[in-house]
Design a protein around this ligand. Structure first.
Ligand SMILES: Nc1ncnc2c1ncn2[C@@H]1O[C@H](COP(=O)(O)OP(=O)(O)OP(=O)(O)O)[C@@H](O)[C@H]1O
Length: 515
């Protein structure tokens, strides 16, 4: 513009000069005057033309220097633009618009059917085709994960189906070169890259070879107060399950009729006692019969005797208790056979009007029972029988331990019968391997602030999902427990073996003889 203006100005001046004094009207004076005018205007407006002149006339190095100087300037301006609030907001708005568009496209692709099952009905190609947008939430984090863990370059895999499910979101990946086991093995890494908790990983979610990764949007609460979460009056109505804790979708329950035996494990401070307390209180209010083996001299559960519940505080008493429980299993087996009912104690109770209670043998620290001692083999044989036959006969094991080991938990057969697992932070990979068959309790659970956080199996939540158990302290547990007397007080195990201390006093026998 300035150059054009200068040319017009120069031409006009030459015309006037030509008209006044016959000055030659030629392109040379016009050009010279144009340059002069342009130079004056630029100087007047603050533009220094020397760099341009120098660029034409200078040496190679000088031009290069000039080039880099300009580049640095450009870089500075770009940086300023990037950090500009307006541009940031603009890019956020753009991302949000992409996200809304993406959700709209995906809205019909995955939905819940009438039975509340997730259904995927969009052909994958429609989402991943050439015309489809390549945007999906947490794209950068996923790309880093694929690149660094699976060694996949961007563009070598399709865009996932994605759906917001309220408290969770699901990504359905179709990457045939990655076996499902690798997704499972790398669950901890997915969580590390996405900075979110994986709720579950589903095999063949949308056709063979596809994998659904469901992710919790929010972290679990720091603490859940037992009394706020579990209504013990309402618990009396539940007949075959107890609430273990909460995950991102709500409460998680253990159905002890389907999965009869449980293991609660974790390092010191993991929250095993609180997990046990909340389960025991619910079982108690459901009028079942928890019996306790507390080999710390009754420090944790000695007080339950005050309301008529049996507790063994020595190894010998514990042995008698498990022997009695085996006799009870055998007695119930006979009863069920006599009545020819399906092998289930609840059906038997309904048909005969009996009230055989479900018995839960609670081990406070199982390792203390399995330390080397005289009666160990006999005791373990009894426990294995209960583990194998207890479900139909309503005799359950609930085992708590700090360090699950080959020695303390014995054969894999026995372990496979203890299918409800509530596993807190472990202090070694080996313990986690024994408890879960993988190192998740060591690697996935945080190394600090882990109290009350557990990985659970055998519940109504997906396998290995993370939950927080409600917190009830020792004093409240005792107060709540002592508020309810054992409705089965004096119940005779097996062939007339009574489990209560009061009976022991009546007949004047040693406590251990009772079992
Ligand atoms: N569900 C929970 N939520 C928050 N904090 C908890 C929870 N459970 C336990 N804690 C905290 O952890 C502490 C230890 O809990 P707890 O005694 O149940 O652990 P533990 O695994 O039984 O330990 P130990 O094996 O040493 O007896 C509690 O005093 C409490 O501060």
């Amino acid at each position: 513009m300035w150059l054009l203006g200068s040319a017009v100005g120069a031409s006009f001046t030459i015309i006037i000069l030509h008209w006044i004094s016959w000055f030659p009207f030629d392109w040379l004076p016009i050009s010279l005057l144009t340059v002069a005018f342009f130079f004056i205007v630029c100087t007047f407006k603050g533009y220094k033309l020397f760099p341009i002149i120098r660029a034409f006339t200078a040496e190679h190095e000088a031009s290069e220097h000039l080039f880099y100087a300009s580049l640095a300037d450009l870089h500075k301006q770009a940086k300023a633009l990037l950090f500009s609030k307006r541009i940031k907001n603009l890019s956020q708005i753009q991302t949000a618009i992409h996200s809304v568009g993406f959700q709209q496209r995906q809205a019909e692709s995955i939905y819940f059917d009438k039975s509340n099952e997730l259904v995927v009905n969009e052909p994958k190609s429609a989402a991943a085709g050439n015309n489809a947008s390549t945007y999906y939430p947490m794209k950068k984090a996923w790309e880093r994960f694929f690149n660094e863990v699976f060694r996949l370059k961007e563009g070598t895999y399709d865009v996932p189906l994605h759906r917001d499910l309220g408290t969770t979101e699901i990504y359905v990946w179709d990457i045939p070169s990655i076996a499902f086991s690798r997704w499972e093995e790398n669950l901890t890494r997915i969580e590390a890259y996405l900075k979110k908790v994986v709720f579950s990983i589903y095999r063949d979610f949308d056709g063979i070879g596809t994998v659904g990764v469901e992710i919790a949007k929010q972290p679990l609460p720091k603490e859940i107060i037992f009394q706020h979460m579990i209504d013990l009056h309402a618990a009396t109505q539940a007949s075959e399950s107890v609430i273990v804790g909460v995950n991102c979708k709500g409460t998680v329950a253990w159905n002890y009729r389907k999965i009869p035996h449980g293991l609660v494990a974790g390092t010191t401070g993991a929250g095993k006692s609180t997990a046990l307390y909340s389960i025991i209180l619910q079982l108690q209010r459901q009028a079942h019969l928890p019996v306790f083996i507390d080999l710390k001299g009754g420090v944790s559960f000695g007080f339950v005797e005050d309301v008529g519940y049996p507790v063994a505080t020595t190894k010998e008493a514990a042995l008698q208790l498990v022997k009695g429980a085996v006799q009870e299993v055998e007695r119930r087996e006979k009863l069920l056979k006599e009545w020819g009912v399906s092998p289930d104690i609840t059906v038997y109770n309904e048909m005969t009007g009996s009230n055989l209670p479900e018995i839960f043998i609670v081990f406070d620290e199982f390792a203390q029972f399995t330390d080397k001692w005289q009666g160990l083999d006999e005791g373990m044989a009894c426990i294995k029988t209960i583990a194998a036959k207890g479900r139909s006969n309503g005799v359950h094991l609930l085992i708590a331990t700090q360090r699950p080991s080959q020695e303390s938990l014995g054969s894999t057969d026995f372990r496979s019968n203890i299918s409800f697992r509530c596993i807190g932070r472990m202090d070694s990979q080996a313990s986690s391997q024994i408890a879960l068959g993988n190192s998740a309790a060591f690697e996935r659970l945080p190394s600090t602030d882990y109290s009350g956080l557990f990985i659970v199996r055998g519940t109504d939540a997906p396998m290995d999902s993370l939950l927080k158990v409600p917190y009830v302290n020792d004093i409240d547990f005792r107060r709540l427990f002592l508020g309810y007397r054992n409705p089965h007080e004096g119940y005779a195990f097996g062939s007339g073996i009574h489990l209560n201390k009061s009976d022991q006093q009546e007949v004047g026998r040693n406590y251990n003889d009772i079992f």
